[in-house]
Every structure is written in structure tokens, then in C-alpha cells.
Write a protein that binds this ligand. Structure first.
Ligand code: GAR
Length: 208
């Protein structure tokens, strides 16, 4: 059984999707053992509590710089004996010292089809605002391994979502979550926990 540690910063609907998938038996081979939040008081912490999952707050604002914050996160991940680290709406960029300690063992869900609308500054609602501004007809979500390049790691799963003429960023965000993020994140986690993800030359292959 792999220990899954989920990093959050906000509402935690992706965390909820993981919890629901775990409780319905969709995630096999792993268990969410800890939720770590970069902010106190966020609803994601409530979700963990409601399901009897341990949580910790490592508040970004209590650390002066990215390095000392990253070291604190790394210490916590080691203490929790994390096998897989999932960024589920985790809005803090960590130093590469964390990524280097967990190569191909950290994954992130991003609310667009990478390499569109991704990289530094593209997070949350902002991603959907930019997609609407550009007028793309398709967007979606991507789950990828985390590397030192922001949103640049090997892609595990993607799912496309159609844009409607009357979409607002909020409406689009909700549709992308419902139709894509909440589906592909638990799938990717389960594939990882069953040792079905193989990374070769920066590409992810799903083993049968
Ligand atoms: C999600 O849409 C997630 O993909 C996005 O923030 C939202 C968090 O919602 N993440 C990023 O933009 C990371 N670049 P949640 O807290 O309800 O899961």
C-alpha cells in the first residue's frame, strides 16, 4: 500500500474527488495518509477531517523564502513516508530540492491542456480567463509529473472539454473540474499506485 500525501491550498474539490475515489474502491494500491495545506483555515482541511484523514498546515506566509519553505515541506513528506505526492490545487511553487527528492513521484493537476495556458502565473481562474480571451474551442485538464520546470513535466493523462459561447471563467472552471480534473486525477493516482506508469525519455507510458 503506497502512502499518498496530498498538497492543497484552497477549496479542495480535487482532494474530495480523490477521497471519493478511494472510498468507492476506485483507487487501489494506495491510501491518502496525510493532507498538507499551505494555508490555514481552507475548506480542504475540513474535507480531510470529515473523512478521518490526518492533516497538517505548513503556512507559506510563516516562511521568509522559498528555500526554507521547501525544506519544511520536504521534512514533512519524509516524516509522512510519502510514496506519492499529489498537488491538488497547491498554489505554491516549491524549490527543486523537493522535486529532486521525489523524481516521478509527484503529480500535479492543471486546468488546461498543457502546453496551452500553463507555466508561471497560470493558475486557478486565470487559466480559464486566458482560454476564453484566446477563443479556443477546446480546453481541458492535464495530470503530469512535477519537475523543476513549472507545468513542464511528463504528461500522464489529459481530457478535453468543449468551450461554449456563453461561458464565463467561473462556468468554464466548474465544467473543466467536473468533466476532466475530478476524473483524470484519481485515475492517474490509481495507475501510479499500481505501478502502471513508466517514464521513458520524458514520456509517460501506461503499462497494460
Ligand atoms: C483546480 O482547478 C486546479 O486544477 C487548479 O486550481 C484549482 C484548485 O481547486 N490548479 C492550478 O491552477 C495549478 N496550476 P480545488 O482546490 O477545488 O481542487
Amino acid at each position: 500500500m503506497k502512502n499518498i500525501v496530498v498538497l492543497v491550498s484552497g477549496g479542495g474539490t480535487n482532494l474530495q474527488a480523490l477521497i471519493d475515489a478511494q472510498e468507492s474502491g476506485m483507487i487501489t494500491g494506495g491510501k491518502i495518509t496525510c493532507v498538507i495545506s499551505s494555508k490555514p483555515g481552507v475548506y480542504a482541511l475540513e474535507r480531510a477531517k470529515n473523512h478521518g484523514i490526518k492533516s497538517r498546515v505548513i503556512a507559506r506566509k510563516e516562511y521568509g523564502d522559498v528555500i526554507s519553505y521547501s525544506e519544511a515541506i520536504l521534512d514533512a513528506l519524509k516524516e509522512e513516508k510519502a510514496d506519492l505526492v499529489v498537488y491538488a490545487g497547491f498554489m505554491t511553487i516549491l524549490d527543486e530540492l523537493v522535486v529532486r527528492a521525489y523524481p516521478n513521484r509527484m503529480m500535479n493537476v492543471h486546468p488546461a491542456l498543457i502546453p496551452s495556458f500553463c507555466g508561471k502565473g497560470y493558475y486557478g481562474l486565470r487559466v480559464h480567463e486566458e482560454a476564453l480571451k484566446k477563443g479556443v474551442k477546446l480546453t481541458g485538464a492535464t495530470v503530469h509529473f512535477v519537475t523543476e520546470v513549472c507545468d513542464g513535466g511528463p504528461i500522464i493523462l489529459q481530457k478535453a472539454v468543449e468551450i461554449q459561447d456563453d461561458d464565463t471563467p467561473e462556468i468554464l472552471q466548474k465544467r473543466v473540474m467536473e468533466q476532466a480534473e475530478w476524473k483524470i486525477l484519481p485515475q492517474a493516482v490509481s495507475l501510479f499506485c499500481n505501478d502502471r506508469l513508466e517514464v521513458r525519455n520524458d514520456r509517460v507510458y501506461i503499462k497494460k
